[in-house]
Design a binder for this molecule. Structure first.
Ligand SMILES: C[S@@+](CC[C@H](N)C(=O)[O-])C[C@H]1O[C@@H](n2cnc3c(N)ncnc32)[C@H](O)[C@@H]1O
Length: 286
C-alpha cells in the first residue's frame, strides 16, 4: 500500500522551490566536497544506528533529498527498502531520482512541501529530518512542519531530527548577521532561517504529541574552515592529504562526549517517539 496521498495537490502551494533549484545548480558547479559530505553521512549513520537500531519494517521518510541529489554520500537507503524521500525542489527530486535509480530503484521520491506533507496519517514508521526544517523565516513554519511529521508517523514510530544549534556561538553569531553578507562572503551557501533552542525543540516536539527520548549535539568540526580546507585539498588532488582531512573530521566527533558538546556541535539532534494507541495522552499545553 502506498503511503502517498496525492503528489499533484502537494506541489501546488510550494514556495521557494525555484530558489532550491538554483542552489542545486550552484552546488553542481562547485567542489564535490567529498570528505565533508562523507563526514556528514557518517554522523547521520551513527544517529540512525544508535537511535533506530534494526529498523526494517514499514516505510521510512527522509525530509529532503539534497544529499541524494548532489553526492554519493546519501542516507535514504539507510532508512530501509521502499523509503520515501520528499523535497520541495523539482530539480533536486529529479537529480536524486537519477542517482537512486541507478543504485537502488526501490525508493519513492516526491516533490512536496514539509508544511503540508502529501502523506497519509500514520503511514510512516521512521523519519530522518536532517536540518531540513532550518530554512524557514518564521518559527511558526517549523512548528507546522513538526505537526505534519507527527501526523504522518505511525503509533510507536520514531523521529530523528536535527536543528541548527543556537547554543554554538558560531551559529548564534551567524543567525544574528544578515544572510546576504554571509552569502556574499561564501560563509553560508544557502538560506538558513530561524531555529529552536534545546528547550524550545523539546517543548514543540511535546506539543505535537511526541515524547523526546534522547538528545545530543553533533557535527563538531568547525564548519566553514573545514569546508574551505576540503575544497583546497580537492583542488590540490593529493589523496594522502584528503584522507588526513577525513580522519581529522571524524575525530572531531569525540567532542560529543565532552560536557561542552552543546557549545561545539553545529546541530542539536533529538530522538522523539509517537505513543502507541492506548498510551496516556500527551500534554499539548505548551
Ligand atoms: C540545502 S538543504 C539542507 C539540508 C541538508 N539535509 C543538510 O543537512 O545540509 C535544504 C533542503 O531542504 C529542501 N527544502 C527547503 N525548504 C523546504 C520545504 N519547505 N519543503 C520541502 N523541502 C524543503 C530544499 O529543497 C533542500 O533540498
Amino acid at each position: 500500500m502506498s503511503p502517498v496521498i496525492s503528489v499533484k495537490n502537494s506541489t501546488q502551494s510550494i514556495q521557494g522551490k525555484l530558489y532550491w533549484d538554483e542552489i542545486l545548480a550552484e552546488s553542481c558547479r562547485g567542489a564535490p566536497l567529498d570528505a565533508w559530505r562523507s563526514y556528514m553521512q557518517q554522523i547521520y549513520r551513527r544517529l540512525l544506528r544508535d537511535w533506530l537500531p534494526g529498523a526494517t519494517s514499514g516505510f521510512g521518510l527522509k525530509t529532503d533529498l539534497f544529499e541524494e541529489a548532489v553526492s554519493p554520500h546519501y542516507l535514504l537507503s539507510d532508512l530501509g527498502q521502499g523509503s520515501v524521500g520528499i523535497d520541495c525542489s523539482p530539480a533536486i527530486v529529479q537529480a536524486a531520482c537519477r542517482r537512486l535509480q541507478v543504485n537502488n530503484p526501490q525508493h519513492l521520491l516526491i516533490v512536496g512541501e514539509l508544511r503540508q506533507l502529501p502523506l497519509k496519517a500514520g503511514a510512516i514508521k521512521r523519519v530522518l529530518a536532517g536540518s531540513s526544517l532550518d530554512h524557514f523565516p518564521n518559527k511558526s513554519d517549523i512548528a507546522k512542519s513538526l505537526l505534519e511529521l507527527a501526523r504522518v508517523l505511525a503509533p510507536g514510530g520514531t523521529l530523528v531530527i536535527t536543528f541548527d544549534n543556537p547554543h554554538n556561538p558560531v551559529v548564534w553569531l551567524r543567525n544574528l548577521l544578515p544572510f546576504v553578507w554571509l552569502n556574499r562572503l561564501g560563509l553560508v551557501p544557502y538560506y538558513v532561517g530561524k531555529t529552536y533552542t534545546r528547550t524550545e525543540a523539546r517543548k514543540q516536539l511535546k506539543a505535537v504529541g511526541l515524547t523526546v527520548t534522547d538528545e545530543t549535539a553533533v557535527a563538531h568540526a568547525p564548519r566553514a574552515p573545514a569546508i574551505w580546507l576540503v575544497m583546497l585539498v580537492e583542488r590540490l588532488g593529493w589523496p594522502s592529504l584528503q584522507s588526513l582531512i577525513a580522519r581529522f573530521l571524524d575525530s572531531s566527533e569525540r567532542l560529543e562526549r565532552w560536557p561542552t558538546r552543546y557549545r561545539t556541535g553545529y546541530y542539536i539532534a533529538l530522538r522523539a517517539q509517537k505513543g502507541r494507541r492506548g498510551d496516556p495522552p500527551c500534554d499539548t499545553s505548551v
